[in-house]
Design a protein around this ligand. Structure first.
Ligand SMILES: [Fe+2]
Ligand SMILES: [Fe+2]
Length: 284
């Protein structure tokens, strides 16, 4: 309980603008040091193994597809995160962002372990996520900006924060936690996965909290506001189909459980993030 009080949770993401960015970054860095200490190797997965074996085939298929999406995403963001740290403009900002790098690898480790110990198999291939694929180009743009002037670096960081913290973590991942809860967690299934998601969500609260707070501040500059809005609009069609793709596992197609309601949840989350940054409704 003590920890809860001190943690930034995913539901309370927007940090005030009263403190300086460096103060906020340092507070979050200290929070990560003190509270971000969970170990992906020590979550008990015994019940999950039993629950998974007893799940009906459709829910098994959906879970493998769903967790592949998470493993792919966590691994991809971990591998690509260094330029965000390098573009941080102070020791405090880079210190906080360095905790995020380690945490993304911990999230990756948790899902790797889940595949090995609960599913007893490798992840599947072919789970689509266009927004994730676009990180390849994003990384190149951000690395190139390191050689440019302060304005260009800030512009590259604004787009990087919108793409990563705003869209991937702030909209897609946060919607994923809701989907898990609706389909499995609320039925008391897979307690180890529920605990993993709870721990990951706490980490993501710091990541998204810092990103959104930066974007809210940077959006006061009309040029940056335009950049953020343009990127969100460009990605919107790709964002909204994230949980609506055909569920194909080992060549067999499975139905999407009715509780998923992907488009509806993603639209709501997108609007929430837009409001966090601009203080007004997005036109979707
Ligand atoms: Fe993560
Ligand atoms: Fe994250």
């Amino acid at each position: 309980m003590k920890e809860q009080v001190n943690m930034t949770t995913a539901d309370d993401l927007i940090l005030g603008l009263d403190k300086s960015t460096d103060e906020v970054a340092w507070d979050l860095y200290r929070k990560a040091i003190r509270f971000g200490t969970w170990d992906p190797a020590s979550i008990d997965l015994t019940r999950d193994k039993k629950d998974f074996a007893e799940l009906d085939e459709d829910l098994k298929g959906y879970l493998i597809h769903f967790c592949t999406g998470f493993l792919d995403a966590e691994e991809n963001v971990a591998l690509k995160f260094c330029p965000w740290i390098m573009l941080g403009s102070s020791t405090e900002q880079q210190a906080f962002l360095s905790t995020q790098l380690l945490e993304e690898f911990k999230h990756t480790q948790f899902f790797m372990r889940y595949f090995q110990e609960v599913f007893g198999r490798e992840r599947i291939s072919g789970v689509k996520n266009v927004v994730q694929q676009k990180l390849d180009d994003r990384v190149k743009t951000m690395l190139a900006a390191l050689e440019l002037g302060e304005e260009e670096r800030e512009a590259a960081l604004v787009e990087g924060l919108t793409h990563y913290q705003g869209v991937i973590e702030g909209v897609q991942a946060m919607t994923g936690y809701e989907v898990f809860e609706a389909v499995y967690g609320s039925k008391g299934l897979l307690p180890g996965l529920a605990e993993g998601f709870a721990r990951i969500k706490e980490d993501e609260g710091r990541h998204v909290g810092f990103g959104l707070r930066m974007l809210k501040l940077l959006a006061r500059n009309p040029l940056h506001a335009k950049r953020i809005d343009a990127l969100l609009n460009e990605y919107l069609p790709h964002i909204l189909i994230r949980y609506d793709q055909p569920i194909i596992v080992d060549g067999k197609e499975y139905p999407t459980p009715p509780e998923v309601r992907g488009r509806e949840r993603l639209t709501k989350m997108y609007q929430r993030r837009y409001r966090d940054i601009f203080g007004k409704q997005a036109s979707v």
